[in-house]
Design a protein around this ligand. Sequence first.
Ligand SMILES: [Zn+2]
Ligand SMILES: [Zn+2]
Ligand SMILES: [Zn+2]
Length: 246
Amino acid sequence: MIEAADQVHHTSKDSRFCNLCGEALGATYQVYEHAGSGRRLAICNACANRKVVCTSCGAPLADGHAQLSDGRPICSSCRTSAVDDVLTARRLYEQVIGVVDRELGLRVHRRPGFGLYSHGDMQRLQAALSQSPGGGGHLLGVYTKLGSQREIAVETGLPRLLMIKVIAHEYGHAWQGENCPFLTDVQLLEGFCEWVAYKVMGAVGAEAVQTRQLMAQGFYGNALRRIVALEVEGGIEAVLHTVRSP
Ligand SMILES: [Zn+2]
Ligand SMILES: [Zn+2]
Ligand SMILES: [Zn+2]
């Protein structure tokens, strides 16, 4: 994600020219710090006011910018880590299945299908399911069960770590589908899936993401902290026991 743009006066740190259009920078301009790549962009005010921004980090984009497979504009930094093809995404799905088995001993016997969807399709899916996780946030992934058809649907173009996290969360729901028929406590349901994602993030070395998850304000942060407290007290067994027989 990109840090909020700062309006600055010229410093020797920056190029004298706009990093997007190449025009000379005026006395003031805007600076974007890309948290993912650490890249610093100095952008003239005209470019900063343009309407085309990166769908992932929000940075203004130059003419000829790249697009995700579903047409959304993306900056070159975000594009590097974006998972935008179904084969790569499926490999991440297999990876998550392996990690969840190894780290938590959880197996889903009827493995759900996996689909990578455009932003528009995910919006339509959200409307169809009329889900509002934690208050109507942006739906990045969902586990759906229609009759005997089970599927994990994920939005295309997510950064690699975020995609792994979203898949892990939804795989948690798939496991609950087979193992927790009596679980209706929404905080336990979602907290458990956040915890599965949290454990997977740890296993792939994404401690910074884990820290953000633990510190998160609101519904998901509270739900995760409840499960982590269970784990601290009684280990993974205590967590599984609680969600299996609430
Ligand atoms: Zn410019
Ligand atoms: Zn970006
Ligand atoms: Zn969930």
